[in-house]
Design a protein around this ligand. Sequence first.
Ligand code: BDR
Ligand code: CA
Length: 338
Amino acid sequence: MTTRVILDTDPGIDDSLAILLATASPEVELAGVTVTSGNCPMADGVRNARNVLALAGRPDVPVCGGVALPLIRPLYTAPETHGETGIGFAYLPESTAPVSTEHGVDLIIREILEHPGEVTLVAVAPLTNVAIALRKEPRIINAVRQVIIMGGALRTDGNTTSVAEFNFFVDPHAAHIVLESGMPITLLPWDVTKDIILTQANVDQLIRTPSPVTRFIADATRFYIEFHMAAFGYAGCSINDPAALALAFMPDLARTEPMHVAVEYTSELTAGKSVISYIGPATREPDAHDLTGYDTAAWPPHWRRAFRPAPNVRTVVEFDSQRFIALFVERMERLARQ
Ligand code: BDR
Ligand code: CA
């Protein structure tokens, strides 16, 4: 049984690796890749997504640009992390696939409504497209199967400002809309993904299987690894976005806890900061659209005030990085041999 996935991206080096992992995973039926601006401007991201899909032998997967600017704030991109084109030192031939004419927001809405209860939305970019989809068609809230979001720095320093993770920093207003939407959300924060590291040794192993796929991974990650070396002092790179994609078909990689996560969007100084209210273990089994497992109605009134908002996400607090990196390397080798 496959899982129908929409991948909302800003490709981006680790976004590109997430696209490759989706194409290399038999558990995933990739319904479309939608793009917003973030790591690079949206036009570059669309080109990268199309070219990566062609590289993986899946030029048929639709790539749809969505909303090109954050809701309120000016666009902030990350050329120092992902390179001027968004894919580091890699160069890819232009895909000759027909250009999709559907808007990314409309693809998200259409897919979710056409397949109620089936679509997993994996959002690994600033949440602009998802927020606009929610505002345009709120029925997706109850029709989506689950939403997996890579974003937020909850109990750790941010990776963009000292308090904010990149995806939440770039569009904090969108992150607020999405987290407060009532959709069944699994949040994979930077707290966890910063330790999901593809090492230089992993890349060296990959290029022992020569192919355009492994060449691309080596050239793209060389830039990303140089950045990580300068910023964090190690020869490897956090592959945040593929880890979020993997949760769509291998949820047992993670242990989650329900919590309320709010996003600061009014302060210039702390824009995109995640503020958590953790309330301890759940009291009953969650169901599909009440993932929290809490009887909030039974809480004392003072708990229900601002200090104890009901959980709005399940947050990943532990992740089996070793198993995931082994899976990633093995699937990239397989893709390279195809
Ligand atoms: C997130 O921001 C981007 O740089 C990555 O693609 C990832 O989605 C990590 O904070
Ligand atoms: Ca991303």
